[in-house]
Design a binder for this molecule. Structure first.
Ligand code: PLP
Length: 371
């Protein structure tokens, strides 16, 4: 029986040819492919500027600097996210103020207002697992308190919030192109998006040694640039993104139907169009179910097993860590099932059948229940 991976990259001859064309072009860094990729990404999302950098983490470091984030500032962020969401702001001397998530696993808008202090400068919602955060409510709080909002879209390329693409709603946004993402460049890569001409220009300069022209450095910057071969790959991937997301949604619907009542399935809010970067179920039997699926050749993952406000790097730094009951409960129960843009429907059916079989056996043993 074939093994079913958690995810798999999309790779076809069009991508191979694009990479070879870039290889033969004689231009390797921030050339025509990178400029075109930036323009195409900005148009796809609906923002004025897109600036590529070597990863989401790098791009956001530069963005925070360009927006003036500094020592003593506070940024409100959900604890339940990938650790890199938190890192760049700490490197700028700012402090993460962790809050809980709502039933969609995204930043709970109701928790934001209570976390605001005179030092708060921004909010960093994460569109986790491909599901948009409740942006209208987050933007309303931000406007009331004059805060910026940076959308973490690393897991949500193409997702929509009330019909609008995520990444076009906040003050700025950032995407990752790491290989597991819905849109990848088959290596590390990322970008920020903004409608602010000055911020975009500053990020462009910072990523390239602080220069505007070849030998004039107007600020002290970095080398966090982007490569032509990866831009060429990304441009092809972008043309396939909607079709790959459509399959993810098809698999999401299948899982939702087959697993209802067996485990807790993810909620898609009425205003959301999720792109199912991950399909995350919840069950108290998480580890036993993962072992059962592994025995049947089905890979699973845990995103994420340790809440960020409880990570050693965080607890060693701050002594006023809040209790976040929802996050603390869910990290022990979540399990990510196989999902990717070309997952065969038959494989998704096999995953669902294996979970049903597990739950059947469990009920016969007298356990069971929705979780
Ligand atoms: C939600 C989220 N934010 C940020 C990142 C960081 O992206 P990168 O690996 O491109 O720095 C990731 C990727 O792991 C992520 O999933």
């Amino acid at each position: 029986m074939n093994k079913i991976p958690l995810s798999r990259v999309f790779l076809n001859d069009e991508i191979r040819e694009a990479a070879l064309r870039a290889l033969d072009s004689g231009s390797y860094i921030l050339g025509a492919e990178s400029r075109a990729f930036e323009e195409e990404l900005a148009a796809y999302v609906g923002m004025k500027h897109c600036v590529l950098s070597s990863s989401w983490t790098a791009a956001v470091m530069l963005l925070h600097q360009a927006m003036g984030l500094s020592e003593g500032d506070e940024v409100i962020i959900p604890s339940h996210t990938a650790f890199p969401s938190v890192e760049p702001l700490i490197h700028c001397g700012a402090k993460p103020v962790f809050v809980d998530v709502d039933e969609t696993y995204c930043l709970d808008p109701a928790a934001v207002e209570a976390a605001i202090t005179p030092r708060t400068v921004g909010i960093l919602p994460v569109h986790l697992y491909g599901h948009p955060a409740d942006m209208d409510r987050i933007m309303a709080v931000a406007e009331r308190h004059k805060l910026w909002v940076l959308e973490d879209c690393a897991q949500a390329h193409g997702a929509r919030y009330r019909g609008r693409r995520v990444g076009s709603i906040g003050t700025a946004s950032a995407f990752s192109f790491y290989p597991s993402k819905n849109l990848t460049v088959l290596g590390d890569g990322g970008c920020i998006m903004t409608n602010d001409d000055q911020v975009a220009e500053k990020v462009r300069m910072l990523r390239n040694h602080g220069r505007k022209s070849k030998f004039t450095h107007e600020m002290v910057g970095y080398n966090l640039r982007f490569n032509e071969i990866q831009a060429a790959v990304g441009r092809v991937m972008l043309r396939h993104l909607d079709a790959l997301n459509a399959r993810r949604r098809e698999v999401g619907a299948l899982y939702g139907e087959r697993l209802a009542g067996l485990v807790e399935t993810p909620t898609e809010a009425p205003w959301a169009e999720s792109v199912y970067h991950m399909y995350v179920i919840r069950t108290r039997e998480r580890d036993a179910l993962a072992a059962w699926l592994k025995e049947r050749g089905i890979a699973t993952g845990i995103h994420y097993p340790v809440a960020n406000h409880q990570q050693p790097a965080i607890t060693a730094r701050y002594d006023d860590i809040p209790a976040l009951p929802r996050t603390e409960a869910l990290v022990g129960e979540i399990l990510s099932l196989p999902i990717y843009g070309e997952l065969p429907i038959a494989d998704a059916e096999r995953v669902a059948a294996a979970i049903a079989e597990y739950r059947g056996g469990e009920k016969a043993r007298g356990a069971g229940g929705a979780r």
